[in-house]
Design a protein around this ligand. Structure first.
Ligand SMILES: Nc1nc2c(ncn2[C@@H]2O[C@H](COP(=O)(O)OP(=O)(O)OP(=O)(O)O)[C@@H](O)[C@H]2O)c(=O)[nH]1
Ligand SMILES: [Mg+2]
Length: 490
């Protein structure tokens, strides 16, 4: 199979792992209300953000090979548009919009990963749409065109929280293109902050592609160098790092020649010496499906780690509770037996039961002991059990053994969930079931995630478009089969 199909096959295997194994467990033990795969089931996503008029839509149109998105000098398009593939109608091979869907449809259809966007309200959904386009580039991923960032005063008029919406899209996107406009290289702070706050730190650098756009409009090479310098300075101020991320210098040759004709000016000299890195950017964008694989692998790793620790805490509680109840039982047993023996000997001393056979006497004695035990368990022992439960909730951190900072961070992500679960079940749940679920998650954590990484590493040696004779897919298939055979899986 070709590399692209191989990536698809691996993605399928990974989704299968989440859908078949992690998700049912996560639902059963209230780790997540919605199926885990909700956000990752759909196609790989490329998000394009940046200032208004920075050339986002012009860039996307170039990728698509047709003028699908409106472009213009003033803030042009105030909608979030998902561009995805739609099969053309045979006769007409022109690249065009095949079908459109509005925001309300997108937000409510479980086929799409946008249910979470309902919270942004009606004003947002009326500025949200999907276009199916028969462009070949969309066969392997979808692109999100966004309205350009305005200044903070104009932002208030939108009627929804723009930064939050961008943050939510960034979270489900596999690649993010951030376009800076050569005219407005300074106004990047808000975008960057919303990205930094929403993306996991270790995936940030791989996921975000920076580009300085419309560089043909600088008045000279010196002007371009100055703009580039300002941008680097701003980026380093925001990231707090001295190393500057790769910033591609790009322009649209067609838009550039149009604007030269309109303004009747010749092509700037410096452009002849500069490589337009638009093709390079496109090449990076074509790797979105591979990024999806990485992100999926990270997703599986993060959630199996969290789920494992979460279940470990519940197991910790369950075992403590079992020990506590056993102890309570035996603590009650001795006084119950002594009490029953005392009552029996009193009654015998008064000659009240002398006419009964020893076995009946033993039965009555046993009955009294059981009665005492029941009274103990339903009164004092219950009181102690309540105290035990409250103490465990207060000292929930003692339920897990955390060896390093990474485990501490993972625990802080699930501590409240564990507390909620104990509250909801009042600390009474089947320890056996939780132990079985934990064993299943451990298998994914110990073997599954390693298999995935091995497969992805093998992939990095395969070039785009290359034929793969012996795809490493069976790794994951074998794992899926091995796990399906075990009876703790649904
Ligand atoms: N000279 C020149 N003009 C460009 C370039 N890229 C885009 N333009 C023009 O700049 C204007 C804005 O481009 P758009 O693609 O609409 O920008 P946008 O970022 O989508 O803007 P909004 O959707 O309003 O946020 C259009 O008139 C484009 O033709 C470029 O590289 N060079
Ligand atoms: Mg636009």
């Amino acid at each position: 199979m070709y590399r692209e199909d191989f990536i698809k096959a691996l993605r399928f295997e990974l989704l299968n792992m989440v859908e078949q194994h992690l998700s049912p467990i996560s639902k059963r033990c209230a780790y997540s209300d919605v199926p885990l795969e909700t956000n990752i089931r759909w196609r790989p996503l490329v998000l394009v953000i940046g200032n208004y008029s920075s050339g986002k839509s012009a860039l996307i149109n170039e990728f698509l090979g047709a003028d699908i998105q409106a472009t213009g000098q003033a803030p042009t398009d105030d909608s979030f548009t998902i561009l995805t593939h739609g099969a053309g109608n045979g006769a007409d091979s022109r690249i065009q919009v095949i079908e459109e869907r509005d925001g309300n449809y997108l937000i409510n259809d479980p086929e799409y990963p946008f249910q979470n966007f309902k919270k942004h309200g009606q004003r947002f959904s009326s500025h949200f749409r999907l276009k199916k386009v028969n462009a070949p580039i969309l066969e392997n991923f979808a692109i999100i065109d966004t309205p350009g960032m305005l200044d903070s005063i104009a932002e208030k008029d939108r009627g929804y929280d723009y930064q939050q919406v961008i943050g939510d899209f960034a979270q489900i996107a596999d690649l993010i293109i951030v376009l800076f406009d050569a005219h407005k290289a300074g106004t990047i702070r808000e975008t960057h902050i919303s990205l930094r706050d929403t993306l996991p730190a270790h995936t940030y650098e791989d996921r975000v592609l920076f580009a300085l756009s419309r560089i043909d409009e600088c008045s000279s090479l010196m002007d371009l160098v100055r703009v580039y310098g300002t941008l680097c300075w701003n980026l380093s101020q925001i990231t707090g790092r001295k190393d500057i991320p790769l910033i591609r210098l790009i322009y649209s040759p067609s838009a550039a020649s149009r604007s030269r004709e309109q303004n009747n000016i010749p092509e700037a000299d410096y452009l002849r010496y500069l490589e337009n890195q638009r093709e390079d950017l496109k090449k990076a964008v074509l790797e979105a499906p591979r990024h999806r694989l990485d992100n999926l692998a990270t997703f599986v790793e993060i959630h199996s780690e969290r789920l494992s620790l979460y279940l470990q805490a519940l197991i910790g509680y369950g075992r403590k509770r079992r020990r506590f109840l056993t102890r309570q039982f035996f603590i009650g047993l001795l006084p119950s037996l002594t009490g029953a023996a005392a009552i029996m000997s009193l009654l015998l001393n008064f000659g009240l039961l002398g006419w009964l056979t020893p076995s009946i006497l033993l039965g009555i004695g046993g009955g009294i002991a059981v009665l005492f035990q029941i009274i103990w368990l339903s009164t004092f022992s219950r009181l102690f059990a309540g105290r035990f439960y409250r103490k465990q909730l207060e000292q929930i951190d003692d339920l897990v053994f955390l060896e390093n900072q990474h485990q501490k961070d993972t625990w802080s992500a699930v501590r409240d969930l564990a507390r909620q679960y104990l509250r909801k079940t009042e600390g009474k749940f089947s320890l056996r079931d939780i132990e079985d679920d934990h064993a299943a998650v451990k298998t994914i954590l110990d073997h599954g995630t390693r298999e995935i990484r091995e497969a992805i590493n093998e992939l990095s040696a395969i070039r785009p478009g290359q034929w793969v004779d012996d795809p490493p897919g069976p790794f994951l298939s074998a794992l899926a089969k091995e796990m399906a055979g075990q009876d703790y899986l649904p």
